[in-house]
Design a protein. Structure first.
Length: 274
């Protein structure tokens, strides 16, 4: 293939064709799909990944889409979807915007009203079913003291609105949770680390339920790199998973991470077993 910049052959592990596809990808026209072959350069592999990600959707992703539409034929505008999945999460976000928007949050911090900030955050989340009851209780106990509320409030504000790199802000937020008093259950868990950013800024942040998300990623054929303890590498990888879903479902017009997280929930939760 003169002038293409491709090496003489393809990496079989790189080039994943959906089942039933017989045509050759345009980047590989003239090359066999089968080994043995020498590898592509790194730059060429990256080019192929970009091209193929725009062209193909994995079989798992297709099946996940079909499952979602079996439950919600109208997609993200389906009345049942809105009632069962989106409405209460969006309401929590709206309440957050009323009670703990950036300006209000900052004013309360400056005034030293840490317990009030924590109380509002806990109250807003309590009206959802995102956390298990033992997680809710662990958080309530942890922020009763001024020291606990201060650590929670300053850590959360810095993660949401700070000027440092996002990776550093996430690490600081996790350290803040780690420092909270523990009575029965630890507070530094994936659900607790992600629920408040998700409620506050659902255009940017996503909520992680480990078991459900891992199952959903498996069904979707997405290589989710999970670590049990909250870490930036896992969270960044989860955001990539969300980006992949948003791209693959572009025609269904997901509005934000609420829609992406709800889609993941449908794939991995036993509530939607078929």
């Amino acid at each position: 293939m003169p002038g293409s910049g491709l090496s003489e052959a393809a990496d079989e592990n790189l080039l994943q064709y959906p089942h039933g596809y017989n045509e050759v990808h345009p980047l590989l026209d003239g090359f066999s799909r089968h080994p043995p072959y020498s590898g592509f350069t790194v730059a060429t592999k990256q080019k192929i990944r970009r091209q193929m990600s725009r062209t193909f959707i994995s079989e798992g992703a297709v099946q996940c889409r079909q499952k979602f539409l079996r439950f919600f034929p109208a997609g993200f505008t389906d009345p049942n979807y809105l009632a069962w999945e989106r409405a209460y999460k969006w309401k929590a976000h709206q309440t957050w915007n009323q009670e703990l928007n950036r300006e209000e949050f900052r004013s309360l911090l400056i005034a030293g009203h840490y317990v009030e900030i924590a109380s509002r955050a806990v109250r807003i989340e309590s009206r959802t079913n995102l956390l298990f009851s033992f997680e809710k209780m662990a958080l309530r106990d942890a922020v009763k003291s001024i020291a606990g509320a201060c650590s929670f409030s300053t850590g959360l504000y810095d993660f949401l609105y700070g000027s440092k790199a996002e990776q550093e802000r996430f690490s600081i937020w996790c350290s803040s949770l780690q420092s909270l008093p523990r009575i029965k259950t630890r507070v530094l868990t994936w659900p607790l680390a992600t629920v408040f950013p998700f409620i506050a800024l659902p255009d940017k942040h996503i909520f992680l339920k480990p078991n459900v998300t891992r199952e959903a990623a498996k069904q979707y054929d997405f290589p989710f790199e999970y670590e049990p303890g909250p870490s930036w590498s896992t969270y960044a990888n989860l955001l990539k998973f969300g980006d992949a879903i948003r791209r693959d479902l572009a025609d269904l017009e997901p509005k934000d991470m609420i829609d992406i997280q709800s889609f993941i929930w449908v794939q991995g939760s036993s509530e939607y077993d078929e």
